[in-house]
Ligand binder design. Sequence first.
Ligand SMILES: [Ca+2]
Length: 177
Amino acid sequence: MKHLLFAIVILSANANAGFDGKSGRGAFNNGSFEQDYTQWQGTGNQEIVTAPAYQVTHGGKAVLFNAGQTEPNAVLSQTFFTKVGATYTLTFDFGTTAYLSTDEQRLQVEVYNSGRFPHLHLNITTPIFARGTGTWYESRQYTFVADDYLTTLYFADVSPTTYNIDLLLDNVRIIKR
Ligand SMILES: [Ca+2]
């Protein structure tokens, strides 16, 4: 009887667009940071910035890492429901804003399942270079196959320098194919 009850609870959670009221977790959400850090866990040197003071790629807000010559040490993650066996596309825009710099900013991207048997799907470090004074964005896209009902997307600012240069992130999308 206990097993039957468990199965019913899981089915109803899936029916409600994957939102679990108990854990507060749901489908991937707020990838454009328009609700600030809602759904995200963030530590280290990072903040929400708004247009037009900062260039963003979607809506009116983005995340800025290592601002004001602070150490690049930020970590930002979101855990969300996935369908076991489904293929997902992760897409995001990341940028650099700089003053008289051609230095590099570097973003580490990890995707791992966060259920009973933690397993890494993706671990990539991707660079973006400044071209003087201004702001430049690029997009990246990766795919992964979920093998758990909970998946975590993790970003880390692993930039080699902070001097007159910052890292931006916006418009993170996770789409089931
Ligand atoms: Ca945004």
